[in-house]
Each structure stands twice: as C-alpha cells, then as structure tokens.
Design a protein around this ligand. Structure first.
Ligand code: SF4
Ligand code: SF4
Length: 94
C-alpha cells in the first residue's frame, strides 16, 4: 500500500464553486485592529484567507469545509455556512 503525502492528497480534491460565498468576514476592521497574527491565514488548510494590507480576501472557492474557522477565529469574525446543495468540495479517496 502506498502512502500519499498531504500535497498528493490535495490533488484528489475537486471543487464546484457557487457564485456566492458561503464565508463572510463580518467586520474587516476587527481583522485590522484586533488580530495581529491574522490567524485564519495560518490555520486554514485550504489557504482561503489572504491578508491584503487592510482587508482580508476570502477565496471561498477553495474551502475544504473543515469548519476550523468557526472555532479558530478568536473574535468569531467569520460567518460560516455550508455551501448550497450540490456545491463545494468533493473528496476522492483513490
Ligand atoms: Fe480576522 Fe478572525 Fe482571521 Fe483574525 S482569525 S484575521 S479576526 S477573520
Ligand atoms: Fe478554511 Fe476550513 Fe474555514 Fe474552509 S472551513 S475556510 S478550509 S478553515
């Protein structure tokens, strides 16, 4: 049995993105003033969050739906919902 690295497993993940984000930053000023380490850019496995100077960009299309941002954001500043039915991440095990 072969053992795959995380990077190899990532290639098996597919996404069907909705046109509307299921992730919302509630208040960008909170990210700017109350979260110096921009923690979501560190814990999100999908690298969804990118800090662009004064604002958090959210690449929701690459979300793995792990739910970490619901508990990982220290100020509960991320509104998180499951993508609409039929959209979102598709995991393959092969
Ligand atoms: Fe903003 Fe929360 Fe991300 Fe911190 S972890 S930058 S408060 S969304
Ligand atoms: Fe990133 Fe997981 Fe949150 Fe999706 S649910 S944005 S993959 S931390």
């Amino acid at each position: 049995m072969s053992t795959k690295t995380i990077e190899e497993k990532q290639y098996l993940v597919r996404f069907k993105a909705d046109h509307k984000s299921h992730l919302t930053i509630i208040d960008h000023d909170i990210c700017l003033t109350q979260c110096p380490d921009k923690l979501c850019t560190l814990f999100c496995p999908g690298e969804v969050y990118k800090w662009e100077g004064k604002r958090m960009q959210v690449g929701y299309e690459g979300c793995h739906e792990c739910g970490s941002c619901r508990i990982g954001c220290p100020t509960q500043n991320i509104k998180w919902e499951y993508p609409k039915g039929g959209y979102g991440v598709i995991f393959r095990l092969a």
